[in-house]
Write a protein that binds this ligand. Structure first.
Ligand code: AVI
Length: 318
């Protein structure tokens, strides 16, 4: 069964992990569903829109940082390196990095085969001489790298502050796993979003056009579509708040009235004001970022930030 057919609603075979996470998340107190389920086809489109919003500074800022640091990065990267990107690659950021360091090979790793093949094909066209070896895998589990890059020095690339969507213990485990896959002598270029005023952070996750709200609410639409749900989506509102103790933006879906619904026939009730926690986006100060990276087995050797110190690109060595 093609994943796309499922996303188009032409088939009803739900991902068992999605089903398990939704049912246990709705039963839990507080209710919570992992953020990775945002990204069906519609969710991925909405995320692309988010990255272009005036309030959502991370993508813009990181892209500009990559543009500015390109020449210096080129000088710091090992000759003949293989770039291993965790995620299928962005059509703007990845070419900036590849142009800067002129690698011997490019290995994008992503769980979504469709996105992976599409971006690998686009990059292949833009960089005709560059061998591209896509790996369809969940990089949260051990990933065997293609044998063609064995022996090449590795530069891991983990942009977008995706690390911020993980709890610290999980982030450390992932960094350690990356260190193991990439091997001794490897380097890692990672994007991390900084702690800053909630006056900047909250609008970035609650924009005036309501795109982030639609992104959050699409999770409920997805549950209705794929898990035969009867959730009254219009009776929920998007909430984004800054949790200062945990140094993170949290996204929730709040019930605006009492309600009852079913998911795969299982009954649920929510009272007005109750919430489902859908995402954490952790932000790191300079020292916190360094501590996290060191705990994950990486030594920061160079750091670039924008003039506002809103976002950091950090180069580390194993
Ligand atoms: C993918 N991730 C880094 C985004 C973030 O900023 O945490 C996801 C996002 N959620 C709402 N807006 C963007």
């Amino acid at each position: 069964m093609l994943k796309q057919e499922l996303e188009d609603g032409q088939a009803s075979l739900a991902d068992p992990h999605f089903r398990a996470d939704v049912l246990s998340g709705l039963e839990a107190r507080p209710r919570a569903i992992p953020a990775r389920w945002f990204y069906d086809r519609r969710g991925s489109e909405l995320f692309e829109e988010i990255t272009r919003l005036p309030e959502y500074y991370p993508t813009r800022t990181e892209t500009e940082l990559l543009r500015q640091t390109g020449p210096e990065l080129g000088a710091l990267a090992a000759r003949g390196a293989a770039v291993v990107e965790f995620g299928s690659g962005s059509s703007v950021k990845t070419p900036l990095l590849l142009r800067a360091i002129d690698p011997a090979a490019y290995v994008p790793i992503d769980i979504s085969g469709d996105f992976l093949r599409q971006s690998a094909a686009e990059l292949g066209q833009a960089f005709p001489g560059l061998p591209v070896y896509p790996v369809e895998a969940n990089f949260l589990r051990p990933v065997p790298l293609p044998e063609q890059v064995t022996g090449m020095p590795k530069l891991g690339f983990f942009p977008g502050s995706t690390i911020g969507n993980m709890q610290a213990w999980h982030a450390v485990n992932l960094l350690r796993a990356m260190r193991e896959w990439l091997g001794d002598g490897a380097r890692l270029l990672i994007g991390m979003d900084r702690v800053k005023s909630p006056d900047v952070l909250v609008p970035a996750y609650d924009d005036a056009q309501g795109i982030t709200a639609a992104f959050n609410l699409n999770l409920l639409e997805r549950i209705n579509r794929e898990l035969d749900g009867t959730i009254p989506v219009e009776a929920f509102r998007h909430v984004a708040l800054w949790n200062d103790d945990a140094a993170r933006i949290e996204m929730h879906l709040e019930a605006v009235r009492d309600m009852a619904f079913t998911v795969e026939g299982r009954p649920f009730e929510m009272a007005a004001g109750e919430t489902i926690h859908t995402e954490n986006s952790h932000k790191y100060g300079r020292n916190g970022a360094r501590m996290l990276l060191r705990a994950g087995g990486w030594t920061p050797i160079r750091e670039w930030t924008d003039d506002n110190d809103w976002f950091a690109l950090i180069l580390c060595e194993a």
